[in-house]
Write a protein of this length. Structure first.
Length: 99
């Protein structure tokens, strides 16, 4: 005999992606892309100076062409990390590396 599902027995795609453990790496990848994408929104003053390249293991890789700016941003690294983490209301970045 065929089994019929009621609408209440189905999960939404959002529930599956957000709750199922099989999708944890996908959630992390999406979050990392969101951080890279929002970098210019969080730091509009750095738009011409630094570009977020990628995130790996909670390390933000920033591309900075000018060595003077690289040195200045390295000096203020903790402030940058704190501002990003406050924006997302969780620790998403632990440190920054410059490329």
């Amino acid at each position: 005999m065929a089994r019929y599902h009621t609408p209440l027995s189905f999960k939404t795609i959002e529930e599956i992606l957000n709750l199922e453990s099989e999708f944890s790496s996908l959630r992390e990848t999406v979050k990392n892309y969101e951080i890279v994408d929002k970098f210019e929104i969080i730091f509009p003053e750095l738009k011409l100076i630094a570009k977020a390249a990628k995130i790996e293991k909670q390390i933000l890789f920033l591309k900075v062409e000018n060595s003077v700016w690289k040195s200045e941003l390295n000096f203020r690294k903790n402030l940058v990390v704190d501002k990003i983490n406050k924006y997302f209301n969780e620790q998403v970045i632990k440190t920054i590396k410059f490329i």
